[in-house]
Design a binder for this molecule. Sequence first.
Ligand SMILES: Nc1ncnc2c1ncn2[C@@H]1O[C@H](COP(=O)(O)OP(=O)(O)OP(=O)(O)O)[C@@H](O)[C@H]1O
Ligand SMILES: [Mg+2]
Length: 428
Amino acid sequence: MSQKPIYGFDFGTSNSAISIIQDGKAKSLDINQYGQDKTIMPTLLYFNEKETFFGSEAESKHREVNDPKARYIRAIKSAASIAYQDGTNIHGEYRTFVDLISTFISHVKEKSDSIVGEDVKDIVIGRPVKFSDNKEDDQLAQTRVYEAAEKAGFENIHFTYEPIGATFNATESLNSGDNILTFDFGGGTLDFHLLKYNGSEIQTINTHGIPIGGTDITKYILAHKVLSHFGQGVEYTDKWRDWRSGTKSVPNSLPSSFLDFDTQRDSKYYQRLYDSIKEVQWEAKEGPLPQLEALKTCLEERYFFDIFDEAEAAKIALSSNDLTKIRFKKKNVDISESISRADFDDMLSYRVEKKITKGLEQLFEDSEVQAEDINVILRIGGSSEIPFFSNQLSQLFPASKIIRSDIFGGVSKGLARIGHDNISQYLI
Ligand SMILES: Nc1ncnc2c1ncn2[C@@H]1O[C@H](COP(=O)(O)OP(=O)(O)OP(=O)(O)O)[C@@H](O)[C@H]1O
Ligand SMILES: [Mg+2]
């Protein structure tokens, strides 16, 4: 009798993937038909008034169709742990985060089921070591994802830590007795997992998660290179206070709107921002400040995402080039900024390096395995491709072998294997 099929699902902040064991082999399914790599499904939703689009199709709709009423939802996984809010308005209808995540998972299920030819009911879903630093919010996130999977039609739903999935998929490169550190740096979180491999079993020694991800790194680039085009650091004279030299700075909240979390951007948000811009422009003795006029255009034309994408593309380019440019020119928005690998390294050394060393210290605290015992480092997740981090790892662990795993597919393949072999010790 053949075994019931079971999916391994890597629900990522930026990218998702789903795998299944077929003929004894883990295989990622081609669910993203418009993608360059059909097995990598960007975790994106795009709602116009009639239809919903997913993955690369959502991305291209957003890029190509100028529909100010459309909602483009990114990083919905990050919304799962937001406790003070449980949803957002989409075309006048309140949609809970569970509902939105379920819409995404339903789509993934439908595509996968049609490939497999069965209504698959069993799934192992990856979860980060920490959805959130706060324990209750962390549990809330897992519950929401569980409910979303249930609503999407799954009946047997389990979770496994993402790095366990990745390690399970890399056992061919491991030797018995290896002490392994997985360095999983994705879009939303950086997870460390300390593991021991005894030739057949993988044992968790310790874990530590840091809630920073690739999205934050893109935001650092925006903060350093782009926000000055939209009022950051710009001073003006308050015409109503001129008599006592009323120089003021543009409130940081205006340019920083580029860094706000996407799903909270409903029409009220845009209106408030628009009003605040108008207020400064009205006060400015110099006349309308060009940087805020540019910000206004971004609001009207919804350029935020496109500019974010430019910064993201520059970040990715810096993983293989020494120099790149962030360019964006539309209407009165004109950005042309060079960024070098050295600039980027400085930024990361200032913003992230210490967090990583501190996180590692915590990982090894009270642990039977110490830093010098690590002989394999498994790096996974898109952000682990950034040379600054692989160099940092080589310096911190000079005696370890660093393995670049299956960066985007490894987690889901490992999860499928764990589900298929029903290795209950890893199932949460
Ligand atoms: N070559 C690259 N260099 C630098 N960053 C990259 C590269 N490729 C992808 N990224 C970044 O990696 C992130 C996505 O990685 P990945 O798909 O592993 O994350 P995820 O699984 O969606 O997130 P998480 O596991 O945190 O929920 C994005 O922030 C993306 O910009
Ligand atoms: Mg991931």
